[in-house]
Design a protein. Structure first.
Length: 184
C-alpha cells in the first residue's frame, strides 16, 4: 500500500510538471526616449594610510667647554716611562723588569695626557637647532566615484536607474523597456 501511494504521488508530480512546462510567456523589448531630470553622484570613501619620514627640529641648550690644555703626549710618555722603569727595577731584581715598567709607564702617561686634553670644563651654554627624523603615518580620507543615480522621466513615469557614466540634466536619452506577458 505504501508503494502505491509513492507511485501515485510521483505520477501526480510528473503530470503537474508537464502542464507547467507547456505555459509560455511573451517578452517584448522596446526603446523609449526619456529626459534626465536629476543626477546624483554615488561615492565610496576609505582611509589611505601613507608612511613617511618627518623632520622635527627644536632649539636646545648645548654646553660650551673650556678649551683643553695642549696635550704633551711625548713628554708624558717619557716621564711615565722613566718612572715605570725606576719602579720596575726597584721592585724586581729580574732583568727586563725595568723595560716592562718603562712600557707600562709610557702607556699610562699617554692616556693621562689625552684625558687632560679632552676633559674640558663647561663654561656656559649656547642655543642650537637640533633635528631628528621620525617615521609617521599620514591618514587621508579618499572619496571615489562609483557611479551615478539618474532620475529619468519616460512613459509618464519617473524612473531611477544607476549608470556608470555621468549624464546631464535635460539630456534626452534612449532607454530599453522590457515587458513580459504571462498568464496568471
Amino acid at each position: 500500500m505504501h508503494n502505491r501511494f509513492v507511485v501515485g504521488t510521483i505520477a501526480a508530480l510528473v503530470s503537474v510538471l508537464s502542464l507547467t512546462s507547456s505555459l509560455q510567456a511573451e517578452t517584448r523589448i522596446d526603446s523609449v526616449l526619456g529626459t534626465v531630470t536629476k543626477v546624483d553622484t554615488l561615492t565610496s570613501s576609505y582611509v589611505r594610510k601613507t608612511p613617511t619620514n618627518e623632520k622635527q627640529c627644536e632649539i636646545k641648550d648645548v654646553p660650551i667647554y673650556a678649551e683643553g690644555k695642549e696635550s704633551n703626549e711625548i713628554g708624558s710618555m717619557l716621564l711615565g716611562g722613566l718612572l715605570g722603569s725606576a719602579i720596575g727595577n726597584k721592585l724586581s731584581d729580574n732583568s727586563g723588569a725595568g723595560s716592562i715598567g718603562a712600557v707600562a709607564g709610557a702607556l699610562v702617561g699617554r692616556k693621562k695626557a689625552k684625558d687632560d686634553a679632552t676633559n674640558g670644563e663647561i663654561i656656559g651654554y649656547r642655543q642650537q637647532e637640533v633635528c631628528t627624523t621620525q617615521r609617521v603615518v599620514l591618514e587621508e580620507i579618499v572619496e571615489k566615484i562609483t557611479g551615478y543615480r539618474v532620475q529619468i522621466e519616460a512613459d509618464d513615469r519617473i524612473l531611477m536607474i544607476e549608470h556608470s557614466q555621468p549624464l546631464s540634466v535635460g539630456e534626452r536619452i534612449e532607454i530599453r523597456k522590457t515587458v513580459t506577458y504571462t498568464i496568471k
